[in-house]
Design a binder for this molecule. Sequence first.
Ligand SMILES: NC(=O)c1ccc[n+]([C@@H]2O[C@H](COP(=O)([O-])OP(=O)(O)OC[C@H]3O[C@@H](n4cnc5c(N)ncnc54)[C@H](OP(=O)(O)O)[C@@H]3O)[C@@H](O)[C@H]2O)c1
Length: 309
Amino acid sequence: MSEWLTKTLTLNTGAKIPIVGLGVFTSRDPIEQAKATPWVLTALQAGYRHIDTAWIYGTEKPVGDAIKASGIPREELFITTKLPWNHTKRVQWSIDQSLKNAGLDYFDLYLVHWPHSVAYDENEPRPRNPDGQIKLDETGNFNDTWAEMEKVLASGKVKAIGLSNFSIKTMEELFKTAKVMPAMLQVEMHPYLAQNELLAYCKEKGITVTAYAPTGYAIVRKDPTVGEIATHYGATPTQVILSWHVGRGVVVIPKSADAGRQKENCQILNLSEVDVQIINGLERNQRVCNKPDEFGNVSGWSMERLGWM
Ligand SMILES: NC(=O)c1ccc[n+]([C@@H]2O[C@H](COP(=O)([O-])OP(=O)(O)OC[C@H]3O[C@@H](n4cnc5c(N)ncnc54)[C@H](OP(=O)(O)O)[C@@H]3O)[C@@H](O)[C@H]2O)c1
């Protein structure tokens, strides 16, 4: 087992989070989502102890089933889930749904998935207006949602609360009313989107950062500079990219449904300072995951409103 699966960072709650975890977003197709159990199980068997899911991924149940099948004691695991944007007006109900889906008594970390609120439709978590844009619910705000998250924390149903897809701009707005400092910010991050200012801001506030889409997909994995460095270490491009994150004190949650790639993704390298600087030089503020649509928006919010400029 890779020693990196047992290395942790300490959250501002005092809890420890394994620095390498497994992402469990798979597809918008419920049939594909339900197939996640066996590959989450192979990851647990390979030594992964940190799993990242979300209500909207439809994989809370497959994750819970894999945990049960693994026989690993609950206290040895770190499980994150996320409040979906269409449940921001029903947070207490939503956490109970997530716990029931996973068959767990608590989550280690509960994130507000997006700063947006989306209209609630029982049958459609991504409802759209006739023009094709996501149907937003503008009757509340993330400050209200965070107050509900604070109640979830107090209930003991989750051990820590945090944010996803927030920016310095939206966090500054949140901090006007927040009583609890978020333990975590999960954002898209990879060598083409290094988010240096955001990372420094979070470090200064004591907020741990998790990189999603941490490998940068094929576009970053196939970068020739990353490839050259990988050859030099006798490693793979993915290992070089994930090692760059870990060296910056960032948690990574690569998703792989393949047992071989799961093992590959937890072999972290000690990159030289020169190589780190070369990778830092690849920064180009390029999103590969949640990109603006034809309206210039990401799920109904402009880049400016998100603070993603
Ligand atoms: N908070 C948010 O809004 C948000 C958004 C996106 C993602 N996330 C979380 O972050 C996790 C990771 O992000 P992601 O899944 O978008 O991106 P990722 O982990 O960077 O990339 C996953 C893709 O890369 C492939 N892959 C993984 N390891 C590989 C390797 N060593 N060599 C070649 N290909 C490899 C996977 O295919 P195989 O499965 O076939 O290996 C999959 O297609 C998600 O699962 C989810 O938990 C959160």
